[in-house]
Design a protein. Structure first.
Length: 290
């Protein structure tokens, strides 16, 4: 079977998988730390010994952004996640046949873009071709995408992951959120509170610092409450996407656990599919596209 390389190239991480062997390597040379002309060298540094002749490399993620290796223009909705084909990249090494998966964009009912998640969606549809419902893709910028008849109809981005990171490292709350503990009971209570009263979010945040100062609230409980408040506010904002719908969650183990618990508390039973596996399935589906 012909060897090829699947690449998930984000802002902070470059991850490559040799196919069909499924050997995976990663480096910290994401798009955010590379100069415009440094992408080919970074790729060869990681996988150069895999290149024995002409090799197709299919990449997704921020590598296709305006600041990436080559801009892969967004495809407009409604669209199949791989319907726009691939963007070919000019390389200095003639052995490299590099193609990038374009992202998706929408202008109505609100402006939004995704880059990288469309490949995970392609993987979800490869796993569940008849799926009609919502794909929840939690991460730094969580996506809620409506899928129907093999197309992305609309989507909504919520900056929950970035807000959590910013609040827990760059505000006064950082003193009360040490460690990485998580407890489900206070998390779900906070989800319910924020979902029913999202307008109180900003006020509820400082309570985390006050509770620490006044009675030494455990940091794991504080982190759980913060996560619950932010995800609860997110569920309030995205209610039209998930209410009464079939939902698939594709994310890291930790974020998937949190979103699954939050949605189950609302009476849903989401289907869980691992993010790395769906990305690889999407890149595999893209491999033979022009």
């Amino acid at each position: 079977m012909t060897r090829w390389i699947a690449v998930d190239w984000g802002t902070s991480t470059l991850r490559a998988t040799l196919m069909p062997d499924r050997e995976t390597r990663a480096s910290g040379k994401g798009m955010g730390v590379l100069a415009p002309g440094a992408f080919e060298a970074a790729l060869l540094e990681l996988v150069g010994d895999w290149i024995e002749g002409p090799t197709r490399i299919v990449a997704c993620g921020m590598v296709g952004a305006r600041q990436g290796w080559a801009e892969a223009p967004y495809a407009a909705l409604p669209a199949k996640p791989l319907g726009a084909g691939l963007t070919r990249v000019a390389t200095q090494d003639a052995r490299l046949d590099v193609r990038i998966v374009p992202g998706l964009k929408q202008t109505a009912p609100h402006p939004d873009v995704m880059r990288g998640e469309e490949t995970q969606i392609a993987g979800i549809l490869a796993e569940k071709p008849d799926f009609d419902g919502i794909a929840c893709l939690p991460g730094t910028h969580t996506k809620w995408a409506h899928l129907s008849a093999g197309e992305v109809i609309s989507f909504r981005t919520v900056m929950t992951g970035e807000l959590f990171a910013t609040l827990s490292t760059h505000t006064v709350l950082r003193h009360s959120l040490t460690g990485d503990g998580w407890e489900e009971a206070p998390f779900l209570e906070a989800v319910s509170d924020a979902l029913s009263r999202p307008e109180t979010l900003a006020a509820r945040l400082f309570e985390l610092r006050a509770a620490d100062l006044l009675y030494g609230q455990d940091a794991a409980i504080a982190r759980s409450i913060l996560s619950g408040l932010l995800i609860g506010a997110e569920l309030a904002a995205t209610r039209p996407w998930w209410l009464g719908r079939d939902v698939v969650i594709t994310g890291s183990e930790r974020t998937t656990r949190a979103y699954d618990a939050a949605l189950r508390a609302q009476g849903l039973i989401p289907k869980l599919l691992p993010a790395e596996a769906m990305t690889l399935a999407g890149l595999t589906a893209a491999k033979d596209l022009p």
